[in-house]
Design a protein around this ligand. Sequence first.
Ligand code: DAK
Length: 258
Amino acid sequence: MSYETLLTEKRGRVGLITLNRPKAFNALNSVLIGELAKALETFESDHDIGALVLTGGTQAFAAGADIKEMAQKSYIDCYREDFITRGWERTAQCRKPIVAAVAGYALGGGCEIAMMCDFIIAADNALFGQPELTVGTLPGAGGTQRLARAVGKSLAMDLCLTGRQITAEEALRAGLVSRVVPVGSLIAESLKAAEKIAALSLPIAMMVKESINRAFEVNLSEGIRFERRLFHASFGTRDQKEGMDAFTTKRSPHWTHS
Ligand code: DAK
């Protein structure tokens, strides 16, 4: 499939999606968001894909929602069209594991899309921020919510209220990203991480993802109960039998993703 604002390719069992509006620092316009939703759906329904990587360019992962596209909208336009709501949450709804590989600017909606992924690998030149207040609005795709959960109240308030950007190292210290790598090896390292996931049992990896995400929705005892149910459910899969038999008989497992 070819897209106007994205590049997609399959690397073994990994689906790689690259945001591709370099002249606009990958500003997220409605075409891009629609195409991103389509690309995610395509990889989700492809049984040969076990994990995804979402990336941008070396200068910008994405510098936010397209300010030029939204500047003239009225309240009633936004409300009636449910402005840019459609498509935006699609990344968060992806059931397969998805790694954000972030280089350069991840601002506003760019930071929000990265946070919708399961974890973020940052290049050493990455800059994260929620500068919406500096253009007269506020984060609208989960920036005040996911950022606060990821880094805590104080830093979330600091970023959203001052609009300042933090470096990859600061993002690592704050727990926003899981690792920092040299910009030149970002794609290779992110693909390596995704390949590692995709080489394991897909249904069990999906259960792990679902269970961790549940931690952000419910209290601890409900979360533990949810985890326990999925743990029990894993014993209904062929892959659990295979994984434990392979360990016991000292051989490599052959996952059937079933
Ligand atoms: N929108 C449109 N164009 C953008 C852009 C953006 N967010 N960011 C950069 N560009 C364009 C610039 O206009 C410029 O285009 P030309 O003038 O060459 O045509 C080109 O990219 C290069 O940018 P600069 O010339 O500004 O380059 P600099 O190196 O000087 O600065 C910068 C790079 C990233 C620091 C700067 O461009 C910048 O501050 N950009 C804006 C960052 C920002 O404020 N982002 C937050 C936008 S608000 C929602 C979902 C999401 C959102 C809201 C609701 N729902 C689901 C309801 C999200 C809102 C936002 O993200």
